[in-house]
Design a protein around this ligand. Structure first.
Ligand SMILES: Nc1ncnc2c1ncn2[C@@H]1O[C@H](COP(=O)(O)OP(=O)(O)OP(=O)(O)O)[C@@H](O)[C@H]1O
Ligand SMILES: [Mg+2]
Length: 351
C-alpha cells in the first residue's frame, strides 16, 4: 500500500522504543483487560529497561491474580524476573504507613470537609515514595475509567484543601490552635503541621503532574473491547486526557474474535460482524493512534507463562480479517467468473 507508512504500526513497539518514558498509565472500562495489558507491557518494558515497577491503584487488586503471586504495598520482585517489581496500593485507604498517624482527628475532619483529599494525600505519598525509588519506568494498572481520571485531578483537590485551611486560619486566627491545644493535639500535629504537609504534598504532586503532562515522560494506554459502549467510553477517556493534557496515542482492543479458523457458529459470525463494525470505527476515529488488536482466548490469561505467550500479540501486528475478507472476495469473484465462463461455454456449444 502506498500510504502504509502514514498509518501508525499496530503494536506497542512505540512504547518500548520511547526510552524517555517514565510513567505509563493503562486504563479503560471495567473488565476489558487493563491488568492483563499493563502486566504484559511491564514485562516487555523489563526487557529493554534497567528496572520496571508495575503499580496497581485499583482497590480490587488483581496484579496478584495476573502474575499468580502475592503483592503488597512494598515493591516485590516478580518471579522469573531480575528487574520487574510489582506493588499494590489502595488510594482510597488512609494509610498509616504513609505517615498519617497522630493526625487522625484533624485529618479526618479535613478529609470530610474536602471530598477526595484523603485519596489525594495517599496518592501523593505513594508518588513521593516511588520517585525516590529510581525505577527506569513505572507502569500503572489503573482502576476503571472514572477512578483513573480522579487521580489526575488530585493536584486541584489538594489546592482546594490548602485554600480551605488557609481561609479557616485567617477566619479564626489563633482560635484553632487554642482548640487543638485544649484537645491535647500537639503542635506538630496542629493546623500548621497540616498546612505544611499539604503544601509539601502539593509540591510533590505539582512536580509529578508536570511530568504527567510531558509527552516525553508520560503516556496513557487506553484498553477497550470492540463494542459500542467501550468505543464510547474510550472517546470520553481520550477527551478527558486531552483536557488534562496527558499524552495518549495507543489503543489496545482486546477480546477480538479472530477470523482465522473456519467458524461455523452463526452466533460467532454475527459477533464478528458486529466487532468488525466497531473495529472499523476505531480505526477511522483514531487513525493517528497505534491500535493493537488482541484475540479473545478460550481461557484466562493468568500466570507469567500465559502472559508471556500472549505478549506476542503486542509486538506482532494481528493480520486483519479485512485481508482475509479480500481473499474471500477474490475467491467469490473467481467463482463468479468461473460460472460465467461455464455459461459462456454452454452458449458456445449451442452455436
Ligand atoms: N483476550 C483475552 N482472552 C481471554 N481472557 C482474557 C483476555 N484478556 C483478559 N482476559 C481475562 O479476563 C479477565 C479480566 O481481565 P483483566 O483483569 O485484565 O481486566 P481488567 O480490565 O483489569 O478488569 P478490572 O476492571 O476488573 O480491573 C481476567 O481473568 C483475564 O485473564
Ligand atoms: Mg484490573
Amino acid at each position: 500500500m502506498a500510504d502504509s507508512e502514514d498509518i501508525p504500526e499496530s503494536t506497542v513497539h512505540n512504547i518500548l522504543e520511547q526510552d524517555t518514558l517514565k510513567w505509563v498509565f493503562v486504563g479503560g472500562k471495567g473488565g476489558v483487560g487493563k491488568t492483563t495489558c499493563s502486566s504484559i507491557i511491564s514485562m516487555l518494558l523489563a526487557r529493554v529497561r534497567p528496572s520496571v515497577l508495575i503499580i496497581s491503584t485499583d482497590p480490587a487488586h488483581n496484579l496478584s491474580d495476573a502474575f499468580q503471586q502475592r503483592f503488597t504495598k512494598t515493591p516485590t520482585l516478580v518471579y522469573g524476573f531480575k528487574n520487574l517489581y510489582a506493588m499494590e496500593v489502595d488510594p482510597s485507604v488512609d494509610n498509616d504507613e504513609f505517615g498519617m498517624e497522630g493526625m487522625d482527628s484533624l485529618f479526618s475532619d479535613l478529609a470530610n470537609a474536602i471530598p477526595g483529599i484523603d485519596e489525594a494525600m495517599s496518592f501523593g505519598e505513594m508518588l513521593k515514595l516511588v520517585q525516590t525509588m529510581d525505577y527506569s519506568c513505572i507502569v500503572f494498572d489503573t482502576a476503571p475509567t472514572g477512578h483513573t481520571l480522579r487521580l489526575l485531578q488530585f493536584p486541584a483537590t489538594l489546592e482546594k484543601g490548602l485554600e480551605k485551611m488557609m481561609s479557616l486560619k485567617s477566619k479564626f486566627g489563633g482560635l484553632l490552635s487554642q482548640v487543638t491545644r485544649i484537645f491535647g493535639v500537639e503542635d506538630e500535629f496542629g493546623e500548621d503541621a497540616i498546612i505544611g504537609r499539604l503544601e509539601g504534598m502539593k509540591n510533590v504532586i505539582e512536580q509529578v503532574n508536570k511530568q504527567f503532562k510531558d509527552p516525553d515522560l508520560t503516556t496513557f494506554v487506553c484498553v477497550c473491547i470492540p463494542e459500542f459502549l467501550s468505543l464510547y467510553e474510550t472517546e470520553r477517556l481520550v477527551q478527558e486526557l486531552t483536557k488534562f493534557e496527558i499524552d495518549t496515542h495507543n489503543i489496545i482492543i482486546n477480546q477480538v474474535l479472530f477470523d482465522d479458523e473456519d467458524v461455523e457458529s452463526k452466533l460467532l459470525k454475527a459477533r464478528m460482524r458486529m466487532q468488525q463494525k466497531y473495529l472499523d470505527q476505531f480505526f477511522m476515529l483514531y487513525d493517528d493512534f497505534h491500535i493493537t488488536k488482541l484475540p479473545l482466548l478460550p481461557e484466562e490469561v493468568t500466570g507469567v507463562e500465559a502472559l508471556k505467550r500472549f505478549s506476542r500479540h503486542f509486538i506482532t501486528p494481528y493480520q486483519p480479517s479485512l485481508e482475509k475478507g479480500t481473499v474471500e472476495e477474490v475467491e467469490q469473484r473467481l467463482s463468479r467468473l468461473k460460472e460465467q465462463l461455464a455459461e459462456a461455454e454452454v452458449e458456445l456449444e449451442k452455436l
